[in-house]
Design a protein. Structure first.
Length: 215
């Protein structure tokens, strides 16, 4: 007997089909399509639920009782999504083991293009580095639970990028010529602050940091 397709699996298939039907889909790389699919399903499913659903559908594709007349399963898209979400889950697990001090996280993140800093009193630890996709999953900017708008989210990421570029430019200039004999670089750490009051909007905070320069 063919396994029953769960509601989570159907949601995954619907998201993939929706992305496939986009007019630009034939011209986009699989990685970009996968990110769009993830954005759609992350609003409704946790990382574990996405992994379980994708694995179940991949197994279903080769199930001996699956009718030959059944629509082809989007295995390539499912496999790409599965790999992305597993990597994200592994990153979360490493995050939970992060024993750096808050000051060190601020210093490290000032020159890190792949992650953002979030200070959330409900998290453990309170100050965390997370990826951008996870940022939008944890703190959606649309829907009834949104505590910031899409414009706020874009403004936060633009601020992060601006200060990141400033820090990297200073790092490069300092490395080429130690004109002022300084052993530190002045930079800004960009932090998304989540107020304890759920009725308050998320806000962006800039903190001064000094990045040590290795000779």
């Amino acid at each position: 007997m063919e396994p029953i397709t769960t509601s989570n699996q159907l949601l995954l298939l619907e998201a993939i089909d929706r992305v496939r039907k986009d007019v630009d889909a034939p011209r986009l790389p699989l990685e970009e399509l996968t990110e769009t699919t993830f954005t759609l399903v992350a609003e409704h499913l946790s990382l574990v639920q996405i992994i379980d659903a994708a694995e179940g559908l991949i197994q279903l594709a080769s199930h001996p009782t699956r009718p030959k007349t059944a629509p082809p399963m989007p295995v390539d898209e499912l496999q790409a999504l599965l790999e992305k979400v597993i990597d994200l889950r592994d990153w979360q697990e490493l995050e939970e083991q992060d024993d750096r001090s808050d000051i060190q996280k601020l210093i490290d993140n000032a020159t890190d293009a792949d992650t953002v800093l979030v200070r959330d009193p409900t998290g453990t630890p309170e100050l965390q580095e997370i990826g951008i996709l996870e940022l939008l999953q944890r703190y959606p900017c649309r829907g009834s639970e949104a505590r910031w708008s899409p414009d706020d989210a874009i403004a936060f990421l633009v601020t992060k990028t601006r200060w990141l570029e400033t820090a990297l430019d200073s790092w490069e200039a300092d490395g080429e010529a130690m004109a002022d004999d300084s052993d530190v670089i002045e930079a800004k750490a960009v932090v998304l602050v989540v107020p304890e009051n759920p009725d308050q909007a998320l806000r962006t905070e800039l903190l001064d940091v000094l990045i040590p320069v290795e000779e």
